[in-house]
Design a protein around this ligand. Structure first.
Ligand SMILES: Cc1cc2nc3c(=O)[nH]c(=O)nc-3n(C[C@H](O)[C@H](O)[C@H](O)COP(=O)(O)O)c2cc1C
Ligand SMILES: [Fe+2]
Ligand SMILES: [Fe+2]
Length: 395
């Protein structure tokens, strides 16, 4: 079925409902889409391709739109193989096609695929007349690779944004934002951003600022729905993520082998809810993939980590999360921690050292129980912590 987005602009991407781990790392409970677009004009232009194993539908979609017409250009906004790995087959089918990219794209075209000919290099802000429409090219380095750029249709305000504004989740219900379950898409956009782009808040903010003077009617990303009705919504969320701004809420993430650390977690969870804190979520890191925890860390302003001491270290599942948090250089968190040990507690001390490195606002009391902590009033300490957290995040 042909999917026309607006006059002579077609969706030719595909859904992937079979991959288990995106980038062999991130679970895909709702699948993922690889979006590509075809503009019909005096010169037909394809924007990006799809991941190699899924390209049969992609080539069928193209045929459905242009039958035996030629494609004159393919714009490569991003070289990550989920979008570029069908290029060689594309060239085989359309041998005269010209590849549009920037200087850094050209280097990668050769490095990944040995492609060195039929390339048109574009510079930042350069335009190309394709008939009734004018394309302009805007370099957005490190969103999230060095060659990333965005392509804009001047006459209609259509932005092909690459991975920016993208979300996990295949497009089962339709390709537009109005077709989507917006809560789920927002969650999956936070998960995509926090795990894949999260380190590059600075470049993302720069890219958004750079494009802010352009009127935008459609944002056509490489993953997830096309944004049209909800453009201000998605841009607002994206800016928030880029700036590490989040709303009131607490993420409690912990590991626990025998339930003692988990018991403290439950007490803190109840105390926060009783005290009226909005959005309290709790994750046992042995049950949930860290990508969902990172999503919530980007959504909410407070993080409380809990860990048993394990061979004088932080419990591995918790330590792994701290590595991921540090790798994304997450800023502006209110933080506390708790733990359990049996002979010499180290976890809480190490978690505090981590939070100090991150320059987060550390809140006390921090509950570290020995064994089952039978002589400790965990409930009262949890209530004290909840009060102090409210003071820290509401003043
Ligand atoms: C493999 C292993 C290593 C441990 N290493 C330490 C340690 O270095 N120092 C310590 O005080 N307790 C250590 N413990 C004890 C646990 O930290 C303690 O029993 C804690 O209460 C477990 O918390 P949980 O019930 O939440 O799993 C270790 C336990 C295990 C199973
Ligand atoms: Fe990418
Ligand atoms: Fe991508």
């Amino acid at each position: 079925m042909i999917k026309e987005i607006t006059h002579n602009l077609y969706y030719v991407g595909v859904n992937d409902n079979s991959k288990v781990l995106f980038e062999r790392l991130w679970p895909l409970p709702y699948g993922v889409s690889y979006n590509a677009y075809l503009i019909k004009d005096k010169h037909n232009v394809l924007i990006d391709t799809v991941e190699y194993p899924f390209n049969k539908n992609f080539f069928d979609n193209i045929k459905e739109v242009i039958a035996d017409e030629n494609i004159d250009y393919v714009v490569v906004n991003h070289m990550e193989p989920d979008h570029s790995s069908s290029l060689l087959q594309l060239i085989e089918k359309y041998p005269d096609i010209k590849i549009i990219g920037n200087k850094k794209t050209i280097d990668m075209l050769n490095g990944f695929y040995g492609i060195t000919t039929n390339i048109l290099e574009v510079k930042d802000g350069e335009t190309l007349q394709i008939g009734e429409r004018t394309l302009s090219f805007h370099l957005t380095p490190m969103v999230h690779w060095p060659e990333t750029m965005m392509t804009y249709v001047n006459e209609e305000g259509i932005l092909f944004s690459g991975d920016a504004f993208g979300a996990f989740g295949s497009l089962k219900n339709g390709i537009m934002d109005v077709d989507a379950n917006i809560e789920l898409v927002t969650d999956e956009m936070y998960r995509y951003y926090s795990n894949i782009v999260g380190k590059y808040g600075g470049p993302v903010e720069k890219a958004i600022e750079k494009l802010s003077s352009l009127p935008i009617n459609y944002i056509c990303s490489t993953h997830g729905p096309i944004w049209h009705e909800k453009i201000s919504y998605v841009v607002e969320h994206y800016l928030k993520m880029a700036r590490y701004q989040s709303e009131e809420g607490v993420v409690i993430a912990y590991g626990s082998m025998y339930g003692h650390t988990a018991d403290v977690a439950k007490n803190i969870y109840d105390a926060l809810n009783d005290a009226g804190v909005k959005n309290v979520v709790m994750h046992d890191l042995s049950d949930v993939d860290a990508s969902f925890v990172l999503r919530d860390v980007f959504k909410y302003n407070t993080l409380i980590l809990g860990s048993p001491t394990y061979n004088s270290e932080i419990f591995p599942k918790v330590a792994d999360l701290t590595v991921k948090l540090e790798g994304r250089m997450i800023k502006n968190k209110t933080f506390s921690c708790f733990g359990s040990y049996s002979w010499a507690g180290q976890a809480v001390k190490r978690l505090n050292a981590f939070a100090e490195r991150m320059e987060w606002n550390i809140v006390e009391p921090q509950i570290e129980i020995k064994q089952a902590g039978l002589n400790v009033n965990i409930k009262a300490l949890s209530q004290q912590l909840a009060e102090n957290i409210i003071k820290a995040i509401r003043n």
